[in-house]
Design a protein around this ligand. Structure first.
Ligand code: SF4
Ligand code: SF4
Length: 173
C-alpha cells in the first residue's frame, strides 16, 4: 500500500518527502538523547581524580596485619581455593612469647604469610575464622598487575608497608 502511494507521488514530491522524513526522525532521536543528557545525573565518575567510595562491608583485597597473626593456619584450612600459604615454626621454649594486641600468645614464629590474590574468590571465610581478626578485607580495588605472579602478596615483607599505610588511611576515613 505504502509502495503504491510512493509510486503515485512525483519524483519531485518524493525528494522533499525524504528530506522531511530524515529531519523528523533525526529530531525524534535527538530529543530522546537530549532528554537523558539534560535531565539524568551522570552515573560515571572522573577516575582516577574521583574515586568510588565503597561501603565498609566491601570485600576487596585482603589485608593481614601480620604482627597480630599467630600462624594458627585456620584461615588456610578454611580457604576453599587453597590460596593462603603460611610458613612458621614453633617458638623456642627459652624465648619469651610475645602477644598480639588482643593478648593472644604468639607461640609460632611467622616467617611467611602469602595470599595468591589471583586465585582468591573473596568469599571472606578466612576473615570469619581468624581468632585474632588480623585478616580483613580492605576496600582497595586498585591492584591491577601485569603478571599473575605479581598477585602473590607476602604480608610479612617490607614492601607491603606502604600499601598497608594507604589502606589503614582509607579505613580511618
Ligand atoms: S577470601 Fe576466600 S578465597 Fe580469598 S583467601 Fe580468604 S578464604 Fe581464600
Ligand atoms: S587465622 Fe588469622 S591468626 Fe590464624 S594464621 Fe590466619 S590470619 Fe593468622
Amino acid at each position: 500500500m505504502k509502495n503504491s502511494i510512493e509510486q503515485q507521488r512525483s519524483p519531485f514530491a518524493q525528494y522533499f518527502k525524504n528530506i522531511f522524513d530524515a529531519i523528523t526522525s533525526t529530531y525524534k532521536g535527538m530529543s530522546i538523547t537530549m532528554g537523558y543528557v539534560l535531565t539524568k545525573k551522570p552515573t560515571s565518575i572522573e577516575y582516577p581524580e574521583v574515586r568510588e567510595v565503597l561501603p565498609k562491608s566491601a570485600r576487596m583485597r585482603l589485608y593481614n596485619d601480620a604482627l597480630n597473626c599467630i600462624a594458627c593456619n585456620q584461615c588456610a584450612m578454611a580457604c576453599p581455593v587453597d590460596c593462603i600459604y603460611i610458613t612458621s615454626y614453633p617458638r623456642p621454649k627459652d624465648l619469651e612469647v610475645p602477644k598480639t594486641s588482643d593478648g593472644t600468645p604468639k607461640r609460632q614464629v611467622l616467617v611467611q604469610y602469602t595470599i595468591d590474590t589471583s586465585l582468591c574468590c573473596y568469599c571472606g571465610l578466612c576473615t570469619t575464622v581468624c581468632p585474632t581478626e588480623c585478616i580483613t578485607h580492605s576496600q582497595d580495588y586498585e591492584f591491577a598487575q601485569y603478571t599473575l605472579g605479581q598477585f602473590k602478596y607476602d604480608y610479612t615483607s617490607d614492601d607491603i608497608i606502604a600499601w598497608r599505610d594507604r589502606i589503614l588511611g582509607q579505613k580511618e576515613n
